[in-house]
Design a protein around this ligand. Structure first.
Ligand code: ADP
Ligand code: MG
Length: 677
C-alpha cells in the first residue's frame, strides 16, 4: 500500500525532473548561442543579436548574481538586508582602485616583488616614477569575494542581536555609509567623478576591451557557478540551519544551531557573491561612481528576490531577469512606442512620457501586487506536497515501535545524577520566577514537574536550556556546570527540549525539521556542502535514515507525511514532530514541556506509552505535565512548583495527598477541607 502511494507520487516528480533538466539544458545552449544571433536592424525581440543586446544580457546576469547572493541572506536565513548594494560597491571599488590610474604612489623598492608578480607596473608620470596597480581580473574575483565577505562579517556583527525591523534599519544605514565613504575618499576613489580607465580583463593575452561577447561568457560562467553553490548550500546542513533561523530563531538555537556563526556565514556568503558581481560589473563598465551603489540598487535587488520568491534560487534568477529585461529593454521600447502613438494621435502628453524614469514606481507597484496576490513569489521556494488521499488520512492508527531500536544503544544512561539543580534563582525585573530551586534528576528516571500556571515550570526549562539567565545557583549535567552556556552548547552536551508553545519550523517539511535536530551531530561545513564529497553524501544518507527511524516511533502518524510542510499538520502532529526533532539530536536528557497539551485522551495515552518506551531505552526525561493520570503513570518522582518555589517532592501518590499541593492547586479553603477530611 505504502509502496504504491510512494510510487504514484514519485512517477510524475521523476518525469518533471527530467523535463526540468531538458529545459535547463536547452536554455543553457540558447544562452551560449545568443551572441551568434545576427543583428537585423529591426527593433526589439526580432533584433536580439548585436553587441548592445549581449551587453544588456551581461548586466542582467550581474543583477541575477546579486539577487542570488541576497537570496541567501534574506531568503534562506531570513535576515532582512536593505543595504546589500554596499557589498556590490566594495567588490567594484576593490577592482576599480587596484586597476585604474587613481592611486599612484611613488615607486620604491618595496614594489619590486609586486611588479614581479604582475600586480603593479612602474610608469612615469610627469617625470616621476610611480606605481600603477594592475591587479588581474581573475585574481580580483576571489579577492573581492574574500574582501566583501570580511565586510559582511564586520557589518553583520553589530546586527547579531537585532531582528526584523531593527536589522533592516541598521543594514539600511550601512548601505548608505559605504557609497558616502567612497564619495568622500576622493584621493582613492576620485569622489563623485568616479574611477575611469578601469582595466579590462585579459585572458591568454587577449584583451576583452569593449567587446561585449567575452564578458557575456564570463557572466554565464559566474551565474552557473553561483546557482550551483546556492543549490548545494540550500540542500545541506548549512542551508537547513539557515532556514531554521529564518523560521524560528529560538527553536533553531535550542536545536543546536550556533546563531552567531550561521548568521555571520549567511552575511559573508551573500556579501562574497555581491563582491564578485561588483568586480565583474565594473570590469565590464570600466568606470565606477558612488551613485551606482545607492539605496535604489539595494531596493531593486530586494524586489527581484521578492518577485522571484524568497528563498528560491531559480526564483532569484527569474526575478532578476524579468526586472532587468523590463528596465533595460522593454520599458525603452515601450516608451518609444507610446511616443510614436502619441505623435500619431495628437496626445502630446504621451510624447513626454518616459517609463524608464518611472522604474521605481513600477517596482513599487510590482511589490504591492506581489504581496497582495502571490506572496510566495513567481517560483515559490516551498513546494507544497500533495495532501494525503482520503484513505491515507483515515488509515487506522498504527502504533510505532522504533524500528531503529538496536541503534539506540546510545541512549543508555550513564550512572549517577543526570542533572543537579542547586539554588537556582531567576528574576524577571521584580518578579521572582524561580526562587532557590533545588532539583536532582537521577539518570534514567522520569521526573515530572507540576504546578499551577505561572509557577515557573517553563522558566525552569528555559534556564536549563540556556534561554534565560539565572541570577544565582548552579546546574550540573553529570557533574559539569552548564549554567550560562548558550542554548546550542546545552544541546550539544545532550539535553534536548520541546516548547510549551510549539516551536517547529513551519515552512519546512517534517523530514527537514527532524534533520535539523541532528545539526549538532553532523559535521558538514560550507565547503563540504558545496563540494559534496562521498563523506558528506554518506553523512547525509545516515542522517536521513536516522530521521526516518525516529519518525517511525510515531507509527503511521508522521511517516506518510515526511514530505509535507509542518504548517499543514494537526496540532498533535506538530507536537510529535517537535519531540522527534529533539530525539534526533541523540539526547541523554529530554525535557518535555506539556507534550500532551491539546491532545485527546487516546492521543495522550499513546504519547504516554511512547514516553515510557523512551525511558525503557535509558533516556532521562523531565516532564512538565498537567494531566495527573499521565504523571502518575510515568513519573518516578514529582516536583511541585508554586510561585517559583519547590513546595513538595516525592512519588506521585504521596504528592497528590500533600496538603500544600492541594492548597496551591485548589486554594487555601480546599486545602483545609482536605486536611479536615
Ligand atoms: P509556567 O510554565 O509554570 O506556567 P512560566 O515559567 O512560564 O510558568 O512563568 C513563570 C512566571 O515568570 C510567570 O509569572 C511569567 O509571567 C513570568 N515570565 C516567564 N517568562 C518571562 C519573561 N521572559 N519575561 C518576563 N516574565 C516572564
Ligand atoms: Mg509553562
Amino acid at each position: 500500500m505504502s509502496t504504491t502511494t510512494a510510487g504514484a507520487m514519485n512517477a510524475p516528480s521523476q518525469a518533471s525532473a527530467r523535463r526540468k533538466t531538458v529545459g535547463l539544458s536547452l536554455l543553457f545552449v540558447a544562452m551560449l548561442a545568443f551572441p551568434l544571433l545576427p543583428q537585423t536592424g529591426i527593433p526589439f525581440f526580432v533584433n536580439l543579436g548585436g553587441q548592445a543586446n549581449v551587453d544588456v544580457l551581461s548586466t542582467t546576469i550581474s543583477y541575477a548574481l546579486l539577487a542570488m547572493g541576497l537570496n541567501i541572506v534574506v531568503g534562506f536565513a531570513g535576515l532582512l538586508d536593505l543595504g546589500y548594494a554596499a557589498f556590490f560597491a566594495i567588490g567594484a571599488y576593490l577592482y576599480g582602485v587596484l586597476t585604474a590610474f587613481q592611486v599612484m604612489p611613488h615607486w620604491s623598492g618595496f614594489w619590486e616583488p609586486f611588479a614581479y608578480l604582475g600586480l603593479v607596473h612602474k610608469i612615469s608620470m610627469g617625470g616621476a616614477e610611480v606605481v600603477h596597480f594592475t591587479l588581474s581580473f581573475w585574481l580580483a574575483i576571489p579577492l573581492s569575494a574574500l574582501c566583501a565577505a570580511l565586510f559582511g562579517v564586520l557589518f553583520g556583527f553589530p546586527t547579531l542581536r537585532l531582528q526584523g525591523d531593527y536589522l533592516a534599519i541598521v543594514t539600511l544605514g550601512f548601505g548608505e555609509i559605504v557609497p558616502i565613504v567612497f564619495l568622500n575618499a576622493t584621493p582613492i576613489t576620485n569622489g563623485a567623478a568616479g574611477l575611469n580607465g578601469i582595466q579590462a580583463p585579459r585572458l591568454f593575452g587577449y584583451n576583452f576591451g569593449v567587446n561585449s561577447v567575452p564578458y557575456y561568457y564570463v557572466a554565464i560562467a559566474l551565474i552557473v557557478a553561483m546557482i550551483f553553490i546556492s543549490i548545494r548550500l540550500r540542500d545541506s546542513r548549512i542551508g537547513r540551519a539557515w532556514m531554521a533561523i529564518r523560521e524560528d530563531e529560538i527553536g533553531a538555537s535550542a536545536m543546536g544551531v550556533n546563531l552567531v556563526n550561521f548568521k555571520l556565514l549567511a552575511f559573508a556568503t551573500g556579501a562574497a557573491i555581491a563582491g564578485v558581481a561588483g568586480t565583474f560589473y565594473i570590469a565590464k563598465l570600466q568606470t565606477a561612481t558612488p551613485d551606482m551603489f545607492n539605496f535604489n540598487v539595494s531596493a531593486m535587488i530586494l524586489v527581484m528576490v521578492v518577485l522571484g520568491g524568497m528563498g528560491s534560487v531559480w526564483g532569484a534568477v527569474a526575478g532578476a531577469v524579468l526586472l532587468s529585461v523590463l528596465q533595460f529593454w522593454f520599458l525603452q521600447d515601450l516608451t518609444s512606442w507610446i511616443h510614436t502613438f502619441g505623435e500619431m494621435t495628437g496626445f502630446t502628453y504621451l510624447t513626454k512620457l518616459d517609463l524608464v524614469q518611472s522604474i521605481d514606481l513600477i517596482f513599487g507597484v510590482i511589490l504591492v501586487v506581489m504581496m497582495l496576490f502571490r506572496r510566495e513569489g513567481l517560483i515559490p521556494a516551498v513546494r507544497r506536497s500533495p495532501n494525503l488521499n482520503f484513505d491515507a488520512q483515515h488509515a487506522v492508527v498504527q502504533r510505532g515501535g522504533f524500528v531503529g531500536k538496536e541503534k539506540l544503544g546510545r541512549y543508555t544512561a550513564e550512572p549517577g545524577n543526570a542533572l543537579e539543580i542547586k539554588d537556582v534563582t531567576v528574576r524577571f525585573g521584580g518578579l521572582v520566577a524561580l526562587n532557590k530551586v533545588n532539583i536532582t534528576v537521577p539518570s534514567g528516571s522520569v521526573v515530572a514537574v507540576i504546578g499551577p500556571n505561572g509557577s515557573g515550570k517553563s522558566t525552569l526549562f528555559n534556564v536549563i536550556s540556556g534561554l534565560v539567565q539565572a541570577e544565582s545557583g548552579s546546574i550540573k549535567y553529570h557533574g559539569a556546570e552548564i549554567l550560562g552556556l548558550a542554548p546550542h552548547k546545552v544541546l550539544e552536551k545532550g539535553i534536548a527540549r520541546t516548547f510549551q508553545n510549539i516551536r517547529v519550523f513551519p515552512n519546512l517539511t517534517v523530514l527537514e525539521n527532524v534533520l535539523i535536530g541532528q545539526h549538532a551531530r553532523l559535521r558538514t561545513g560550507p565547503f563540504g556542502a558545496i563540494l559534496r564529497l562521498p563523506g558528506t553524501r554518506a553523512e547525509e544518507t545516515r542522517a536521513v535514515e536516522w530521521a526516518k527511524d525516529i519518525i517511525s516511533m510515531f507509527g503511521n502518524r508522521l511517516a506518510p507525511r515526511v514530505a509535507q510542510t509542518v504548517s499543514g499538520l494537526s496540532y498533535a502532529n506538530r507536537r510529535r514532530v517537535e519531540i522527534a526533532r529533539a530525539l534526533a539530536s541523540r539526547p541523554k536528557i529530554l525535557l518535555l514541556d506539556e507534550p500532551t497539551a491539546g491532545m485527546n485522551p487516546n492521543e495522550t495515552l499513546e504519547l504516554a506509552e511512547q514516553i515510557r518506551d523512551l525511558k525503557s531505552l535509558g533516556l532521562t526525561i523531565v516532564l512538565i505535565e498537567h494531566k495527573l493520570d499521565v504523571v502518575t503513570r510515568l513519573a518516578d518522582n514529582v516536583i511541585v512548583l508554586d510561585h517559583g518555589e519547590k513546595i513538595a517532592e516525592g512519588p506521585a501518590d504521596e504528592v497528590r495527598r500533600n496538603e500544600e499541593v492541594l492548597r496551591a492547586y485548589l486554594g487555601r479553603a480546599a486545602g483545609e477541607a482536605a486536611h479536615a477530611a
